[in-house]
Design a protein around this ligand. Structure first.
Ligand code: PLP
Length: 218
């Protein structure tokens, strides 16, 4: 069996065998950025559904034909999204995890209307309030959510974060869980190769795993 498929199956075993927090509902997004199709197709052939990319042009090249021939595939935009790329994202992707500004929200609203398609959206939260990192600050989150929902009628399904690395990771995950439930949201996008089990303990429903499935990115 191909390595990437073996790795995915080990991760599935780890996630679904333990009985924590309804973990049967956890979805694994295989993050395929920088990886070539020879590592990815074994997962598609095995029926894996959720895949994530962080660059629009790379995703268009890799996934346009595959998405047409395989209607079950779900594609997740997980990287920083420029406004001028939104028009390429709406037709190809099913989810955006990186909604992080009002300007981007308005652009998504306009392009979705043009294409008559509504994606499932996560608001990215800058949970560590880090200067260099994207995401809506926690103080602005409730107001931002209200505008997205009532004024723009966007389909916000949950919150997403890339927390600061370090020993406090569980504190950030716990804050995210609380913010998510105070907004009454169902889905939560957090946890990567190094910390997905911690994220699941805090009720993450979408984990985004790249290197632990496909190997190191070069
Ligand atoms: C690359 C990336 C991941 C996956 O990272 P790994 O550590 O390789 O699992 C998850 N989320 C985002 C937003 C990413 O850019």
């Amino acid at each position: 069996m191909h390595n990437s498929l073996t790795n995915l199956q080990e991760i599935k075993e780890e996630i679904y065998s333990k009985n924590i927090n309804d973990n049967n509902s956890v979805k694994i997004i295989a993050v395929t950025k920088t990886f070539k199709m020879d590592k990815i197709t074994p997962l598609i052939d095995d029926g894996h559904i959720h895949f994530g990319e962080n660059k629009v042009q790379e995703a268009v090249n890799k996934w346009t034909a595959l998405k047409t021939s395989n209607e079950n595939l779900k594609l997740h935009m997980i990287g920083k999204l420029q406004k001028n790329k939104v028009k390429y994202v709406i037709p190809l992707f099913d989810y955006i995890h990186s909604l992080d500004s009002l300007e981007l929200a308005e652009k998504i609203f306009i392009e979705q209307k043009k294409k008559n398609k509504n994606l499932k959206l996560f608001i990215q939260v800058n949970i560590g309030n880090e200067k260099q990192k994207g995401g809506v600050n926690t103080e602005e989150l409730f107001n931002f959510y209200e505008i997205c929902k009532t004024k723009l009628n966007l389909n916000i399904i949950g919150l997403m974060c890339i927390p600061p690395q370090g020993i406090d990771i569980n504190t950030y995950f716990s804050s995210m869980k609380n913010l998510n439930s105070s907004l009454g949201l169902e889905e939560l996008s957090m946890g990567m190769s190094a910390d997905y089990m911690d994220a699941i303990k805090h009720k993450s429903t979408f984990v985004r795993i790249g290197s632990k499935i496909f190997g190191d990115r070069v």
